[in-house]
Design a protein around this ligand. Structure first.
Ligand code: 0O2
Length: 205
């Protein structure tokens, strides 16, 4: 009986995760279309690269436990909005806002939250535009509206965020103020790079 219960839980988990995996495919395809269209019109790609990930079962459980949520599928689906995540690395800052605007204008996409850490960086210097959206995924007998977290950022923002994440989380040590100050200085430099690069783009085009 215990075994049967485990098998059916596993089946349910696979069915739920299928929705998130397909939502990632659908969103990636929409972003690729925007990239190709822009490339044809402007002779350059707004998207440098894209990375998608499904949150691991253990990170989902940790997040739910931290929030004091009960560990069941309906609670997970209703509360954890970043099970499916896409990180879009753009060439220039203006490309981030262009892509976000295009997605927001798609009639079947619902915006759940928008956090603009580019116009308002976090105190540690973190910059990115986060959109949590819900988009439709069409299956044989049903349509699901699936939440996906999109992080849009430039190469410079990604460079900083990736290394800051490694320094902060991987080392698993309390960060001291000297390191914090230096990380903030690096974030400020990365911001200057973005501004300069965008300036150069407009001189040359
Ligand atoms: P992972 O492994 O990247 O998924 P919420 O997600 O809503 O519970 P919060 O803080 O309100 O929590 O969300 P927010 O601000 O949108 O940030 C969520 C994600 O943004 C994080 O996911 C990171 O990926 C990224 N992020 C936010 N702040 C920082 C930062 O200071 N440095 C770096 N490197 N990344 C950041 P997770 O869940 O932390 O981890």
């Amino acid at each position: 009986l215990q075994c049967q219960r485990l098998l059916s839980e596993n089946r349910r988990y696979q069915e739920v995760m299928l929705q998130y995996r397909c939502a990632l495919k659908a969103l990636e395809s929409r972003l690729e279309i925007l990239n190709e269209e822009f490339s044809l019109q402007h002779d350059r790609n707004p998207i440098e690269s894209m990375k998608s990930r499904l949150k691991s079962p253990s990170s989902i459980m940790n997040k739910m436990q931290k929030r004091g949520l009960s560990l069941d599928f309906p609670t997970m689906q209703a509360n954890i909005m970043d099970i499916a995540g896409v990180r879009v690395i753009c060439s220039f800052e203006e490309d981030v806002f262009f892509l976000a605007k295009c997605l927001k204008e798609q009639s079947d996409i619902e915006i759940i939250t928008e956090k603009d850490y580019i116009s308002h960086p976090k105190p540690n210097g973190y910059r990115s535009l986060h959109l949590t959206i819900r988009l439709p995924v069409f299956f044989a007998e049903k349509e699901s509206r699936v939440p996906v977290e999109i992080q849009l950022r430039t190469i410079a923002m990604d460079f900083w965020a990736s290394l800051e994440h490694t320094i902060r989380y991987k080392k698993n040590l309390p960060i001291n103020t000297e390191v914090e100050t230096e990380l903030k200085e690096c974030a400020d430099s990365s911001r200057e790079w973005d501004t300069k690069m965008e300036h150069l783009l407009h001189i040359l085009t």
